[in-house]
Design a protein around this ligand. Sequence first.
Ligand SMILES: NC(=O)c1ccc[n+]([C@@H]2O[C@H](COP(=O)([O-])OP(=O)(O)OC[C@H]3O[C@@H](n4cnc5c(N)ncnc54)[C@H](OP(=O)(O)O)[C@@H]3O)[C@@H](O)[C@H]2O)c1
Length: 311
Amino acid sequence: MTAITAPDGSLISSLCFGTMQFGSNADDNAAAEMFAACRKAGLNFFDTAHAYTGGKSETMLGKLAASERDKLIIATKVNFDDGMSAKVIHRSVDESRKRLGMDTLDILYLHRWDDEVPLEESFGALAKYVEDGTARYIGVSNYAAWQVMKAQTVADTFGLKIAILQPMYNLVKRQAEVEILPMAISEDIAVAPYSPLGGGLLTGKYASGATGRLNDVAMYTARYGPRWMHDAAAELAEIGAELDVNPATLAIAWCARHPGITAPIISARSARQLSPSLAAATFDMDAALYARISALSPTPAPATDRLEEAI
Ligand SMILES: NC(=O)c1ccc[n+]([C@@H]2O[C@H](COP(=O)([O-])OP(=O)(O)OC[C@H]3O[C@@H](n4cnc5c(N)ncnc54)[C@H](OP(=O)(O)O)[C@@H]3O)[C@@H](O)[C@H]2O)c1
């Protein structure tokens, strides 16, 4: 596996903390408490994006990270809504660096695939940042596997390697198992999946009548609408109660256990919420428990249909 390291040479931590809630559900105090809890737990990997909370997420993360910059791996993503033209990439990167107060971005992701812009244009723009030291690693988010491989052939022409992917992946969103994770293992690409708790569903709180993002944000209500997903979350909560382990810890540890996963991106609105997710860093999930939890949701169909002769 290509080793992703901080500027001081330390290896990437087994969990990443995502700051999408900074400046909305998490104010300055909550953000500082969560950042401190992550550092105490040994995390050195932090994720933000140009698109988050009108820039507040990058600004808040930049302030918190400033005093120990070289020990940290700071990832941001190019503007989401306006596409991936060179012009948008340059504007987005300039703004992100100013907001973060950082000359160097450890990981620079394209936030999504863009059908309208030739890959040569997007990756040519990224290549300049790697050449001049502005970006240490290049990544892509929300790409299908074929899009990663197509983009890598273009990246090759600039001497670039796609070092890391950021797909959605959790117990009720397992599409990445079919092509993305096997590809990442085969091609030596790191993977930092987002939404390991299914936006909070897998904490079990909805089964017990509590509320959160799935009530407040229509996109998440729809994404996690199917009844079977809620049933799986309720069953995960039952396993948690039986083992006396928080279901959030189980959900993150399950996500992290796949051999293709480098570091799930955990997140929360408070240090209290974050605590069981951080506990996954030291939770040892054995093969039997992994299989039992995996059985709570359908295993996605394989990428090829000729199954009768499978060995
Ligand atoms: N590349 C992309 O397109 C993309 C998309 C999404 C996220 N991301 C990145 O991935 C990070 C994580 O994504 P995510 O926020 O969707 O992750 P997640 O772990 O699936 O969901 C986190 C949410 O779950 C709820 N939660 C967490 N712990 C809880 C607890 N103990 N009790 C009750 N509720 C709890 C909170 O939401 P409520 O309190 O609101 O219920 C929290 O904001 C983001 O910060 C961002 O950096 C990237």
